[in-house]
Design a protein around this ligand. Structure first.
Ligand code: AMP
Length: 183
């Protein structure tokens, strides 16, 4: 059984299924789900100051500047359990997150990497068809991901938090793999 104050990060390429799995896990484990992409999309739809600042980056598949997103993370991280998805996306963000957690006296339990290849992801995203799921933007998001991926994995491996889960296959198949490693 996973404790209700478990704090974990779900990490993976765009289209790896991290958003879907984060929601399912949060529901089953009764943890708060924090999806940075969802929070940003909501701000864009409200046309808030933040939304206006991040809109163009998101449309192009680029990362929003760290200063803008770290504030959102700082405001949303709570002392109970949570599943964070969409952050960190580069090594600087990983270090910022370390600082935020230390300041708040919180400790991360797991960093789960949903591993999946570019071909599978492109097929999945084209099927999903969200605003930024256009072939060129998908390519850009994959490149942005790969550039930082190994550095982030190394960071959490050194901290002994890294768990790698095969992200291929159906939603339920991947979900049970994640639950197995959390046992
Ligand atoms: P997602 O829903 O996680 O695929 O995120 C959609 C878009 O939101 C990304 O392509 C980025 O433009 C932006 N975004 C989400 N998370 C971050 C982050 N940690 N840092 C910077 N930009 C982000």
């Amino acid at each position: 059984m996973v404790a209700t104050d478990t704090k974990m990060i779900l990490f993976g390429a765009p289209g790896s299924g991290k958003g879907t799995q984060a929601l399912k896990l949060a529901k089953e484990l009764k943890l708060k789900s924090i999806s940075l992409g969802d929070i940003l999309r909501l701000e864009v739809s409200k046309a808030s100051d933040l939304g206006k600042q991040v809109h163009e980056y998101m449309q192009k598949g680029l990362l929003v500047p760290d200063g803008l997103v770290s504030k959102v993370i700082e405001e949303n991280l709570i002392s109970g359990g949570f599943i964070l998805d969409g952050y960190p996306r580069n090594l600087d963000q990983a270090k910022t997150l370390d600082d935020i957690l230390t300041r708040k006296n919180l400790k991360l339990d797991f960093f789960i990497y949903l591993e999946i290849d570019e071909n599978t992801i492109t097929k999945r995203l084209l099927k999903r068809g969200r605003g930024d799921d256009d072939p060129l933007v998908i390519k850009k998001r994959w490149e942005v991901f790969i550039e930082e991926c190994n550095k982030i994995l190394k960071h959490y491996k050194n901290k002994k938090k890294l768990i790698i889960v095969d992200g291929r296959g159906g939603i339920d198949e991947v979900f049970s793999r994640i639950k197995d490693v959390l046992k």
